[in-house]
Design a protein around this ligand. Structure first.
Ligand SMILES: C[S@@+](CC[C@H](N)C(=O)[O-])C[C@H]1O[C@@H](n2cnc3c(N)ncnc32)[C@H](O)[C@@H]1O
Length: 194
């Protein structure tokens, strides 16, 4: 019962197109359900998704956002992003930016985002400080794919451990590690002096 989720209407078509183009990195529905609930906690919020893929996470974020909230989603794979554009591009709350996230993160405004879903290398395993700089106090930093998977390359487990240790060591983050879906961390940015 706990695992039952009502998915956003566009999800089925997005997942069908995701399969057609052979994109294998789409978020699973349980991750999406958490993203939706967290996005809903930020009325009028500014949200950032690093790694759009085909929009399988984007659609859940949008489903949680109110009409005043805005989402920017970045990916360098224009073929994958085209699926998101085809299904979600008409929603005026979302802007898609094609390009390298490692470069783009440095161009985004500091402390301007209420929630970041960091779902690719830059902003997670690299460029972590650049991503966290974008969060305002009270903002949420969310990452998934933290529980060991059989398809991980040998060096990936230690990278995840290092990432989690880095996040835990930051005095400006309050962390919750969740054994949910692929393994998730939700971290809240706290202000200086909190
Ligand atoms: C795990 S998938 C994203 C899945 C998506 N967020 C979802 O919820 O279904 C990671 C994405 O990051 C993109 N990516 C990888 N390196 C990148 C980079 N340096 N800059 C921008 N996007 C990148 C890949 O093209 C891929 O679409």
């Amino acid at each position: 019962m706990l695992d039952e989720v009502v998915a956003p209407e566009a999800l089925a078509a997005i997942l069908a197109a995701t399969e057609r183009i052979g994109f294998a990195m789409a978020s699973e529905p349980l991750t999406g359900a958490l993203l939706r609930a967290l996005a809903a906690s930020k009325p009028g919020g500014r949200l950032l998704e690093i790694g759009t893929g085909t929009g399988a996470g984007t659609v859940w974020l949008l489903d949680g956002m109110d009409q005043a909230a805005r989402l920017t989603s970045i990916d360098r794979d224009e073929r994958a992003m085209q699926v998101a554009l085809d299904h979600l591009g008409a929603d005026p709350r979302v802007s898609f930016i094609a390009g390298d996230a490692g470069t783009l993160l440095a161009t985004l405004p500091e402390a301007a985002y209420d929630m970041i879903f960091a779902d690719t290398m830059p902003g997670k395993f690299t460029h972590l400080d650049e991503a966290l700089r974008l969060l305002r106090p009270g903002g949420l930093y969310v990452i998934d794919d933290l529980l060991p998977q059989p398809n991980w390359p040998e060096d990936h487990g230690p990278k995840v451990e290092q990432l989690v240790a880095r996040l835990r060591a930051r005095p400006d983050l309050v962390l919750a590690s969740l054994r949910w879906a692929s393994g998730i961390i939700v971290a809240t940015r706290v202000g200086a002096g909190s």
